[in-house]
Structures are given as structure tokens and as C-alpha cells.
Write a protein that binds this ligand. Structure first.
Ligand SMILES: Cc1cc2nc3c(=O)[nH]c(=O)nc-3n(C[C@H](O)[C@H](O)[C@H](O)COP(=O)(O)OP(=O)(O)OC[C@H]3O[C@@H](n4cnc5c(N)ncnc54)[C@H](O)[C@@H]3O)c2cc1C
Length: 507
């Protein structure tokens, strides 16, 4: 095996067309940038395949020449690594630019079959064009994020189909060793693929999970289950006045999810998570290096008519009238606390951060939440993603821990808990000025301390920014790490696909 990048690029160009091999400085600079504390990770080249056969040819050539590849769907993983590779010099395989076809929409059984470049917005628009009978599970992140990239990174939405990886069914994968496999009933040796995207558990080991948050292969096609769009949808919202109300909120949400009375997840966003999408930190702009003061937070809450916490959920039904009694039941449940202030659906549609909840729970991608990236200038953004059992006392203890660490490093505590029956994922958002070296170092140290302190309490993360994947992997038992490596060795013996991702290498 040689190590010549030039020979690899020439071979890749012969396979996919030389015009789809990009080594221009401007392109490499654009693909190397990201919002995390570390410096740029400039790729060696960017390739734009058009088909599974192209991907296979690229992987085969990479194996021959020992060139590491980094696949992306659309590369909109903002705050988690964007489209930059794990290490400088890896060749980005941008699947989104050309492999962005919606291969099938089945409106009878409610699924779509997609190539990796199909974005949430593209799928939404195609379903709308067909009469809006099906809805996507939207994120509240970039509408141009990829449905498959997001699902493989175990991203999530907010409606009943929130578990994006769980809603995938039937994959086509080019393994690191160059072999092509289909999972599930798609693996049967016939051209008939009747059950590929509807049967979740076929005979034998279920391998699909191997391709999420890993570096064992490149996924080139997937079935995605879709929810029928209900005739009506109405949301409900409550604000709570105090930071420590989180404990009571969590205890109020839990029974409504355990019984599945409320079909969506609850979005429990703190003041800054809600308000930062349409405001800037004025204390920071006036020269403060500390976390925003409690006084300024209170003033922002008053100005925006929001609380220390906002709770949002939504019902689907046959009509608004059919839904209303369910909303009244939830309202009575929350108002028993004596602290909740109810905000009705119509009023919430005019409040941007609450409208995000409605849009995401009804499968409409939007850009409102991206505003939080400008809370402070300078484009620094990372996401610390631990979680809490759905018991108020645990949620509050972890809240105090996180709040204290953010404050220690002069970061603003921007948090949303996304709550299901037994567990809530806590989206902790760091937004800082990357151009300020001291602030950049503090943001980095803040994340690292959060990771260490939460893990000490038995709390890992659901997904990690590229800069910290090895840190998290070093926290797990060595036997598990060895197992990940052994699988890597079996499926990608030359370590071609994203070596180092989630700390996984062949050795
Ligand atoms: C304000 C804001 C809000 C956000 N809200 C949400 C939210 O509500 N929910 C959420 O989940 N995320 C959210 N995000 C995070 C992120 O932007 C999205 O998850 C985004 O959709 C990721 O998709 P992508 O196509 O950009 O992924 P990519 O960057 O293309 O890929 C993600 C990862 O998967 C791997 N990968 C991609 N495609 C393949 C493939 N075909 N084969 C093998 N590996 C592959 C990549 O190597 C990468 O590691 C938010 C971000 C911001 C800034």
C-alpha cells in the first residue's frame, strides 16, 4: 500500500470525473472551518461522488493508497464539527452535493428512501409538493442539515418520530474494506426488495447500529419512516418564574409522557435558550468578560414576556375542537403548581422561540434558532449534550452543577431539556467569541470540566463535538474501546474511514 495523495486523487478523478475532485485553496479553506475551539482542520481534497459505485471506487482507491476519508451528508453539523474532517489532510467525501435524490416516497406505508444529501428542507418541500400528506420529523437546527447525516449522528426531533436513528429502516453501506452490504431484508439474494424499508428486524444480527456515530462505513441509501400529517395540531406552553422551578417542571412532565398522554417530547428551555435566538448579550458587548448577570436575565425575561423556564408540547388530532379538552387537562395539571403561566397556541405563534417549538413539532424546518449563534460575536459554538433521569431532584442537581461550571468560565448558561418519559437530553449550548484567545480557551476548558464532572456522576453525552470525542471515549471501559477497535479492524482494516472519529482507530 502506498501513501501518495496525488496518485489517489488521480485514480479518484478517473473514477468519478476529474471535475469532481476539488483541491482549490478556497474550497479547502471552506471545508476546514468549524465553530469549535481548535484551529481549522483543512482537508487534503474534497470529492463529490454521484453514486454508490462512485463511493465504492473512492474507498477502493483510498485503500490502495492509504488515504483517509471523511464522509459528510451536508456538513451542517454546526457546533459539533460542521463539515471539517477529524484531522487535517483527510479527504472529505461530500455526499450531499450530488447524491441528494429522493429515491422513493411511499405514501401508503409512510416512508421515503433517500440518498445522504437530502436535507430536511428538501424532503419537507417534496412532501408538501405531493399534497402534504406526510410530515418529516424536523430539528430546530439548520434546515439544510441532512436527514441521513443527522440520523447517523443520532440527532433528534421533537414529535413522536423524534428518534431519528430509530426511524431509519434498511441501509445500503460501503464498508471501509470496500464491500457493499444491504441490511435487513434488502440483503436477500433477489432483485425484489419488498420488505427492505419496512421490516426492522430481519434474521441475524442487527448491524444498522454499527453505522451511527462510528467510522466503519459510508451509508449511501436509507429508508426513513414518516408520520402521516394529522388534520390538526395545537400546542400549549407554560412559563415558570424561577431557575429552581426545573425540579417541579420535570416532575410535572414525567407522568404525561409515561402514560403517553402528550405525544410530543417536552421542550423545557431556559430564559437564555429561548431569548438568545433573537437577542444579543448587551453586557458582553459593553465589555463584560463574565457570565450575563441575573439582573440582565430578569430584564430580558420581562422584555420578551418569558420566564426562567418555558415548557412546550403539542397535540395532534382530527380538529382544533377535538384537541381542546386535552389541552385543558394539561393546563389544569400544570396550573396546580401555582407557578405556571399558560400561553395558548395562537399567542405562541407570535413569540419566535415558542414558534420554533410549534414548527419543529409539526415538521416544518425553520431558521429562528440559528439566531442564538450571534448571542455573542465571533462564531464560537459547541454543544455539551448530557441528560438527566426524569426525576426533578436529579435534574436540579445537574442543573446547579452545569450552571456553576458555565459561570466559572464566564460562559452564558444556555440550556434546553428535551424530555421524554424516563430521560431528558440536556442541550447545553456554548456560544463565545473565537477571535478572543482567552475566551476561546475558557470555552474549551468549560466543556472539558463539564464532561469530567457529569461523567463522575454517571452521566455521559448523547453526541459529542469532534474536538471532544476522544475525551468522552477515554471515559468508557477499556474492554468496550477494544471492542470498537476490533470491529474497526474487521470492517476497515486499513483505517480508511474517518480514523479517530469517536476515538476509534484500528490499533
Ligand atoms: C441552533 C442549532 C440548533 C440545532 N438543533 C438541532 C436539533 O434540534 N436536533 C438535532 O439533531 N441537531 C440539531 N443541531 C445540530 C446539527 O446542525 C444537525 O444535527 C444537522 O442536521 C446535522 O446533519 P448534517 O447533514 O449536517 O450532518 P453531517 O455533518 O453531514 O454528518 C454528521 C456526522 O455523520 C457522519 N455522516 C454523515 N453522512 C454519513 C454517511 N452517509 N455515512 C457515514 N457517516 C456519515 C459525518 O461523518 C458526521 O460525523 C442544531 C444545531 C444548531 C446550530
Amino acid at each position: 500500500m502506498g501513501t501518495s495523495m496525488d496518485a489517489f486523487l488521480q485514480e479518484a478523478g478517473q473514477a468519478i470525473g476529474a471535475q469532481w475532485v476539488d483541491t482549490r485553496d478556497a474550497t479547502l479553506a471552506r471545508y476546514g472551518e468549524h465553530t469549535l475551539p481548535a484551529g481549522r482542520r483543512t482537508p487534503g481534497a474534497v470529492l463529490f461522488p454521484d453514486s454508490t459505485a462512485d463511493v465504492q471506487a473512492i474507498v477502493a482507491a483510498a485503500n490502495r493508497h492509504g488515504v483517509p476519508l471523511y464522509p459528510i451528508s451536508t456538513g451542517n453539523n454546526i457546533g459539533l464539527g460542521s463539515r471539517a474532517p477529524i484531522a487535517t489532510g483527510q479527504v472529505v467525501v461530500d455526499l450531499g452535493f450530488r447524491m441528494n435524490r429522493i429515491l422513493e416516497v411511499n405514501e401508503e406505508i409512510c416512508y421515503a428512501v433517500l440518498e445522504p444529501g437530502v436535507s430536511f428542507q428538501m424532503l419537507h418541500d417534496e412532501l408538501a409538493r405531493r399534497g402534504d400528506k406526510l410530515m418529516i420529523s424536523a430539528t430546530s437546527g439548520p434546515p439544510h442539515g441532512g436527514v441521513i447525516g443527522n440520523a447517523l449522528d443520532r440527532g433528534a426531533g421533537y414529535g413522536p418520530y423524534f428518534d431519528h436513528f430509530g426511524m431509519l429502516c434498511g441501509m445500503e453501506v460501503v464498508l471501509g474494506n470496500g464491500k457493499l452490504i444491504r441490511t435487513g431484508d434488502g440483503s436477500l439474494q433477489t432483485d425484489n426488495r419488498l420488505n427492505w424499508h419496512v421490516s426492522k428486524y430481519s434474521a441475524g444480527p442487527a448491524l444498522d447500529g454499527l453505522f451511527s456515530q462510528s467510522n466503519y462505513g459510508i451509508v449511501t441509501r436509507v429508508g426513513v419512516w414518516l408520520m402521516p400529517r394529522p388534520p390538526a395540531a395545537r400546542s400549549f406552553h407554560f412559563t415558570f418564574p424561577d431557575d429552581d422551578d426545573l425540579a417541579e417542571i420535570v416532575d410535572l412532565c414525567r407522568p404525561l409522557k409515561l402514560s403517553n398522554f402528550v405525544p410530543t417530547l417536552f421542550r423545557i428551555s431556559n430564559d437564555l435558550y429561548a431569548i438568545s435566538s433573537e437577542a444579543k448579550n448587551q453586557e458582553y458587548l459593553a465589555g463584560s468578560k463574565a457570565s450575563i448577570s441575573d439582573g440582565a436575565r430578569r430584564a430580558l425575561r420581562e422584555k420578551h414576556g418569558l420566564g426562567a423556564w418555558q415548557v412546550s408540547g403539542l397535540f395532534y388530532g382530527a380538529s382544533d375542537a377535538a384537541i381542546e379538552p386535552m389541552i385543558q387537562r394539561v393546563r389544569a395539571h400544570f396550573e396546580r403548581s401555582g407557578k405556571a403561566r399558560y400561553i395558548a397556541h395562537e399567542e405562541a405563534t407570535a413569540i419566535a422561540p415558542l414558534r420554533v417549538a410549534i414548527e419543529s413539532m409539526t415538521g416544518r424546518p425553520g431558521i429562528i434558532e440559528l439566531g442564538m449563534l450571534q448571542w455573542r460575536p465571533g462564531s464560537g459554538n459547541s454543544w455539551f449534550l448530557p441528560g438527566t433521569p426524569m426525576a426533578g431532584r436529579h435534574a436540579l442537581e445537574l442543573d446547579h452543577l452545569g450552571r456553576g461550571i458555565f459561570k466559572k468560565y464566564g460562559m452564558d448558561y444556555i440550556v434546553m431539556h428535551v424530555a421524554s418519559a424516563r430521560f431528558a437530553r440536556g442541550l447545553h449550548v456554548l456560544v463565545w467569541n473565537k477571535d478572543d484567545a482567552d475566551e476561546n480557551a475558557r470555552a474549551d476548558a468549560c466543556y472539558r470540566e463539564l464532561a469530567v464532572e457529569f461523567a463522575r456522576r454517571g452521566v455521559g453525552v448523547g453526541r459529542a463535538p469532534v474536538d471532544y470525542q476522544s475525551l468522552h471515549m477515554d471515559q468508557v471501559m477499556p474492554e468496550l474501546r477494544e471492542t470498537y477497535s476490533a470491529i474497526k479492524k474487521a470492517l476497515d482494516p486499513n483505517g480508511i474511514i474517518a480514523p479517530g472519529k469517536y476515538g476509534i482507530t484500528v490499533a
